[in-house]
Design a protein around this ligand. Structure first.
Ligand code: NAD
Length: 457
């Protein structure tokens, strides 16, 4: 079931009513369609604090055909025939804060954004580039770099009109890896992400030959692909060029086959919680493809009940599928050498795993466990250049959330900076970015696709 309130609020009479009663006004998000330009207007780049990545940002934007502008000196009134200068609008505001070393130099953020925020298009993008505080030179610099997190997350909450803001912490030596992440965060592929703090590490990056099909030649396994987020992920990965293996449980054969046919992939019907599933997956992949470059662990179940009345059977069912199966299947693939160098492992976690939720002790334990896996596998798999990350969906309209009672469902949809539910495709876009060759420097991360939900922030 879609977000009917958002559709209503976007309609003529709906908009009037929503304004009259001061109800939430979910902005209309511009989402990606193939062929979209990276940005629909110029990007304004601050040069105030002498950062290290400004020239790299310029290169990325120039390669993507984006016009770059620097902040202009104010035009004296008499130079314009006495008329005030017409403000120029921007699709993105980018601040290179890698040169911020103390509280004093943080002032540059205030001055730049205070002056230029009103020039941002609806659905605009704000990016702040900083350093991981641990890589900053001295205590004061570390504090100033950490300050950027609070600044960016707060600004993301103030933007409105579908605009988003993120901080990318670039480890020294990772500057060359910026392209994939900048392209994702600036583009409409990241429409439902905001307020994220991402960390970029040095890594061997392969630049895709075609940024519109970065996954060409890759094989991807998506679990739980018969519907919801899994089906959308299969579609987006296929759109980006990957060959798909779609797995789901027996009993969902028809919808699974429909998805596999749509994406030109193969279908694998099996109960992933069955310990024998790992072996069957390996046989299918080894027999038909020889390897798997991208593994998306998306299948998951909930069995909501407070711990006082939660049966051992429900506890076991959730922990088995949502966590134990992920460990078993991934280890099976790695042990059999089916994940090549530059492989990608993405796990679909949940806000419950970050914040906890009454009635979900088992589900939240499993989903937090997935975050633990991403953080543990990232360094362990780095020598093989394999990345491991967790994606955390917020409230996404799928068959899973359609089961919720009406009132919590409506709250779930509105409790974020964009005042609306996400779509399965929003999560899929984040997974496709993590899966792409340009994301070699993104590993061990927790990426929230939640419109900057107030839960677990
Ligand atoms: P969904 O119920 O629509 O999809 C889950 C898929 O997993 C289904 O196709 C189901 O058949 C499959 N599956 C379940 N048990 C299986 C088994 N034993 N073997 C094989 N396949 C099995 O749910 P969704 O909303 O698309 O969720 C996808 C993932 O995202 C889940 O892990 C879920 O926990 C997570 N998530 C969803 C939301 C949301 O708002 N929808 C929020 C946070 C996290």
């Amino acid at each position: 079931m879609g977000d009917r309130y958002a559709s209503f609020a976007h309609s003529g009479p709906g908009r009037a009513l929503v304004r009259r009663f001061g109800l939430p006004e979910p902005p209309r998000l511009h989402r990606y369609t193939p062929g979209d330009p990276l940005l629909s207007g110029p990007a304004l780049i601050s040069t105030a604090t002498g950062g290290r990545v400004t020239s790299m940002i310029s290169q990325v934007l120039s390669a993507a055909g984006v016009e770059r502008v620097a902040p202009a000196a104010p035009v004296p009134a008499q130079a314009n025939g006495g008329r005030p200068d017409r403000p120029r609008l921007h699709a993105a505001l980018i601040f290179d804060a890698t040169g911020v070393t103390d509280v004093e130099s943080l002032r540059g953020l205030h001055d730049f954004f205070r002056t230029h925020l009103s020039s941002l298009y609806p659905n605009g993008r704000v990016l702040v580039l900083g350093l991981p505080p641990a890589a900053a030179d001295g205590i004061g610099a570390a504090a100033a770099q950490e300050a950027l997190t609070g600044f960016t997350r707060s600004l993301a909450k103030e933007l409105g009109r579908g605009s988003t803001a993120h901080l990318v912490q670039v480890t020294p030596g990772a500057e060359e890896n910026l392209a994939g992440t900048l392209r994702f965060l600036l583009s409409s592929r990241s429409a439902y992400l905001s307020g994220q703090v991402l960390h970029l590490q040095p890594a061997q990056v392969t630049t895709p030959a075609d940024w519109h099909r970065p996954l060409a030649g890759k094989v991807a396994l998506v679990t739980g692909a018969a519907g919801g987020i899994g089906a959308a992920t299969a579609e987006v990965l296929a759109r980006d060029g990957a060959e798909l293996v779609c797995a789901d449980q027996p009993g969902h054969g028809d919808s699974l086959a429909a998805v596999a046919n749509r994406v030109g992939g193969t279908a694998l019907q099996l109960d992933l919680a069955d310990p024998a599933a790992a072996q069957r997956i390996n046989e299918h992949l080894a027999g038909q493809y020889g390897q798997v470059d991208i593994v998306v662990h998306n299948a998951g179940i909930t069995r909501d009940r407070q711990l006082a009345t939660l049966s051992g059977t429900d506890w076991q069912a959730v922990l088995e599928l949502d966590l134990a199966a992920v460990v078993r299947i991934t280890e099976g693939l790695l042990d059999d050498g089916l994940v090549p160098e530059q492989g990608r492992i993405v796990m679909v976690s949940s806000l419950a795993g970050l914040a906890g939720k009454a009635g979900q002790t088992h589900y939240a334990a499993a989903k937090a466990g997935l975050i633990g896996l991403a953080r543990a596998w990232a360094p362990a798999l780095q020598p093989r250049e394999v990345t491991a990350n967790a994606v955390v969906p917020g409230f996404i309209d799928t068959p899973l959330t359609a089961q919720l009672p009406k009132v919590p469902r409506e709250f779930g949809r509105r409790m974020n900076s964009l005042s609306q539910a996400g779509r399965p495709g929003d999560v899929a876009e984040a997974i496709a970015w993590l899966a792409s060759p340009g994301s070699a420097g993104v590993t061990g991360q927790v990426v929230r696709v939640c419109g900057q939900s107030i839960i677990g922030a």
